[in-house]
Design a protein around this ligand. Sequence first.
Ligand code: AMP
Ligand code: GLY
Length: 413
Amino acid sequence: MLGGGGREYAIAWALARADSVGTIDVMPGNAAMSVFARLVDIPPTDVARVEQHLAAARIDLGIVGPDELVAAGLGDVLRRAGVAAVGPSREAGRIEWSKSFAKELMDEAGVPTASWKSYPDAASAAKALEERDGPVVVKADGLAAGKGVVVARTRQEALDALGSPTIRQGTIVLEEALEGEEASLQALVDGETVVALPPARDHKRFGEGDTGPNTGGMGACSPTRILPDDEAQDVADAVIAPVAKRLVARAIPYRGVIYAGLMRTRDGWKVIEYNSRFGDPEAQVTLPRLEGDLGKLLLALGEGRLAAYARETPLRFSPRAFVSVALCAAGYPGKPETGDAIEGLDALPEGAWAFHAATKQAGGRFVTAGGRVVHVVAGGSTVAEARELAYRAAEKVKWKGITYRSDIARREV
Ligand code: AMP
Ligand code: GLY
């Protein structure tokens, strides 16, 4: 497992519960994961040392967690070393690290998405805005940790966005602003084979009531009434499979997870973006809902036999609901305050867990080490029950300046 945040914690946690899985190495992981995994203190971007570890540790399956590592080519590194991998090649991963590539592919594949145009720089995008007013979405073309997108209501807001430090460098995409409710749909993709995972709802805005700046995600729930479980495969067939097919046709077949950010508009589902990996925090609430042996499933994907495996062992979703709440450090989504001692992690109610995202161990205790510090994750027989338990758990956790949204999954109940 490559990576060390909340999503990687969730993946390793879920794998640790699979009968087929022996040892899990996380690189670099985080200290809290040592309960169920071996921490390998190598930065995944240090390719030479990653290769040494792969050769020495006899790894059966490698999983690439975060988008930066997909973009850095770790999927290729794993496969070159003869390790089955869940994680696309750098070239296929371009569906996330270049928004204009994703848009081109969607147009080619006939997948519904917002109309768009790309510009070589902020100045030419600003010029294009002279001819239009009203809502427009401004996006940096590359990766920006969920912070490269501004939904502007007016031309002035769009111009301000073009001047902001996370957007102003490099290629810009201007997009039609869509309206509707959002859902996250992740699918396992092996060439042209696409197997939907349970849909989820993320809460990307920082503030209560979906206001304020975009973040990496403040909390999630699965299932969601926006995209019911029993529609997941049909929607994946409509919005993910055509693009998977185009990638095969372009000789860059995809092997890993494609996560489509979707909006249900008046004209039906439209794709907002593709991600080349599990969602964070979507993984936290969807992986606990997968029945069967996750190790066998992901190994089949990594070894390129997903179609046969899924035929013999159809994927089933548990009816249990999961809700996660991101507990954040003061300052997030700007520069977070770090180094504060975390209390209460050992006092969570039964059925709730702390999935560590940005914590460190110092002097025998956990301290904050980033923006989204811990995701509390709770299960229940309904979303309402899971939500109630997640917030009971959140209340137990304390540090100086802790902040989180109090309305995660509220609209689901
Ligand atoms: P992205 O990083 O592309 O997922 O964008 C982050 C968030 O910005 C999305 O989850 C949406 O809430 C919003 N967004 C992005 N593109 C659009 C669009 N074309 N219309 C409306 N909202 C959008
Ligand atoms: N939850 C948003 C993301 O993983 O990109």
